[in-house]
Design a binder for this molecule. Structure first.
Ligand SMILES: [Zn+2]
Length: 325
């Protein structure tokens, strides 16, 4: 159908075989692929019916490529996407079989029966509707197609907290990312005290590296800064469990090894730990990373916009962030 290789009358004629062409479905016009599948009144009735189930107005296309493009475009907006895709193939197949059955066996099925056969065929394939039924129109679409509505299991919501460190402790939240992985990398971090007040913040715009490398580099910059600030009780928090585990197990990769060795005397002289928390509790570091990506510059003591100041206040007041699982 797509490649125009079905033996319709026009194709047979092109091969030099003389015949009088007449569409077997409507008996009115000459038979071509475009006529059988798109312009024939019999086929059009079936397409109209099927599109109607989806609340899509049928648009008569001139050529097969135009028609396929249109079908693909509609796929983005319809509910029951599986059924929409199946419909294209099922309808075309049923129309072609009906043409053959009329032409070779002299048997004709009225359009209303063919519509029911098509629906039964699609229903038996059990197309997925998971998470797609959101409006009344979607609901009606499923009813018309006769396919059951599947729901996702209800989402569970988790409260995630940024916890303040103990008195005399300083907490460092850091993060890193890379566009493209590997691509331009950036990292950021923020030091806060037991009241949730900001001690210092930083953002770094780096060369090309992978996400894991960007995160570890973000941590190393933070640890170097902690050393300069003379912090003696340090709690480091990351939303990357891979980074937390690799540091806890002292598995340091080559790109961070030099700094890690340099930091050893300092780290051995202080009390410190590294833990993992969910992304939702690491929102300030996440902002710093995005800010570094946007501005393309590295800086310290960042002037936070109002909505981030709000988040910092929320953290200091021990208010929850929400995570949808
Ligand atoms: Zn026709």
């Amino acid at each position: 159908m797509v490649h125009d290789i079905l033996p319709t009358d026009d194709v047979v004629q092109k091969r030099g075989i003389a015949l009088v062409s007449k569409c077997s479905l409507c008996g009115m016009e000459a038979e071509t692929t475009a006529h059988i599948f798109l312009q024939c009144s019999y086929s059009e009735d079936i397409w109209l019916f099927f599109c109607g189930c989806f609340n899509v107005s049928w648009k008569k296309a001139g050529t097969m490529p135009d028609f396929l493009k249109w079908w693909k475009r509609k796929h983005k907006s319809v509910c029951c996407k599986d059924a929409w895709i199946m419909g294209l193939l099922t309808l075309a197949d049923h129309i072609w079989c009906e043409r053959n059955s009329r032409r070779h066996d002299g048997k004709a099925i009225p359009a209303r029966h063919l519509k029911q056969m098509i629906l039964k065929y699609i229903q038996s394939a059990k197309p997925s509707t998971k998470g797609e039924v959101k409006t009344t129109t979607d609901l009606i679409c499923c009813r018309k197609l006769g396919i059951p509505i599947q729901h996702f299991p209800p989402q569970s919501i988790l409260e995630v907290f940024w916890c303040r460190p103990d008195v005399n402790w300083i907490k460092l939240n850091f993060d890193g990312s890379s566009r493209g992985n590997p691509g331009h990398a950036r990292a950021g971090g923020i030091f806060r005290d037991h009241r949730g007040g900001i001690l210092e913040s930083y953002k770094i715009f780096m060369g090309v590296s992978e996400v894991f490398e960007a995160e570890v580099k973000g941590l190393m910059v933070g640890l170097m800064r902690a050393r300069e600030l003379g912090i003696t009780c340090l709690w480091v928090e990351t939303d990357s469990s891979a980074v937390a585990i690799s540091i806890q197990q002292k598995k340091i990769l080559w790109f961070a090894l030099q700094r890690w060795i340099f930091l050893q005397p300092y780290l051995e002289s202080i009390t410190w730990k590294i833990t993992h928390n969910f992304r939702e509790a690491n929102s300030i570091a996440d902002y710093l990373v995005r800010d570094a990506a946007k501005t393309g510059i590295s800086a310290t003591n960042i002037d936070f916009p109002a909505h981030i100041k709000d988040l910092i206040r929320r953290d200091s007041e021990g208010r929850p962030n929400y995570r949808f699982d």
